[in-house]
Design a protein around this ligand. Structure first.
Ligand code: IMP
Ligand code: MG
Length: 175
C-alpha cells in the first residue's frame, strides 16, 4: 500500500492540536489526583504517548492488552485478555486510554473487568469514535474526533498488524 492508496482523514498537526486540548481538560479534571492511566494495547500506544506527555496531573502508567481482531479486519465476538495490568486498580482513579470506539464491545468488556476491582473512579478517553455500529452501551468521557464509517489505519491502528506507524489517520481508498 502506498500513500496514493490512502485518504488522509486527520493529518498529524490536527491530531496534535486536538490531543493537547484533551490533555488540558484531563489535567484540570484530575488536578490533585493520581491517575492510573491504562493504555489499551496495542492500538492506543501512540495516542497514549502523545497524550500523557501533555498531561500535567500526576500519572501512573499501566497497560492492558486485549484483542477482538485476529489476523483480519473482521472482529471476533469475544474479547481476549492477552495481558493484565501490573498495578492493583483498587481505590485508583482509572483513565482508560483507547484508540477508537467502534461497536463498543472492547471498552465495555474492559470497563466491566476493571469495575470488578473496585477503583475509586473510571473514565474513558478515546481518540476516535465511530458511533454508527455501536452495540454496547458505552460512550467515552473524552473523545478526540468522530470519524467516518470506514476502516481506518495509522496513528497506532493496524490492518493485519501493519501500518501502525503511519503518523496520521488514513482510510484505504475504495478500489
Ligand atoms: P469495538 O469493540 O468494535 O469498539 O472495537 C474497538 C477496537 O477495534 C479498537 O480498540 C481497535 O483496536 C479496533 N478497531 C475498531 N475499528 C477500527 C478501525 O477502523 N481500524 C483499526 N482498528 C479498529
Ligand atoms: Mg484497540
Amino acid at each position: 500500500m502506498t500513500d496514493k492508496d490512502l485518504d488522509i482523514i486527520f493529518d498529524a498537526s490536527s491530531l496534535d492540536t486536538r490531543i493537547a486540548e484533551m490533555a488540558a481538560e484531563i489535567s484540570s479534571d484530575y488536578d490533585g489526583k493520581n491517575i492510573l492511566a491504562v493504555c489499551v494495547l496495542r492500538g492506543a500506544f501512540i495516542f497514549a504517548a502523545d497524550l500523557l506527555r501533555k498531561i500535567t496531573a500526576d500519572v501512573t502508567l499501566d497497560y492492558l492488552e486485549v484483542t477482538r481482531y485476529g489476523n483480519s479486519d473482521k472482529p471476533e465476538e469475544n474479547l481476549k485478555l492477552i495481558s493484565d495490568l501490573s498495578h492493583s486498580a483498587e481505590g485508583r482513579h482509572i483513565l482508560v486510554i483507547e484508540d477508537i470506539i467502534d461497536e463498543g464491545i472492547t471498552l465495555s468488556a474492559v470497563r466491566s473487568l476493571l469495575l470488578k476491582r473496585n477503583p475509586a473512579s473510571i473514565r474513558i478517553c478515546a481518540l476516535f469514535d465511530k458511533p454508527e455500529h455501536r452495540r454496547a452501551d458505552i460512550s467515552g468521557d473524552y473523545i478526540g474526533f468522530r470519524v467516518p464509517d470506514r476502516f481506518v489505519i495509522g496513528f497506532g491502528m493496524d490492518y493485519k498488524q501493519r501500518y501502525r506507524n503511519i503518523p496520521y489517520l488514513a482510510a484505504v481508498k475504495a478500489q
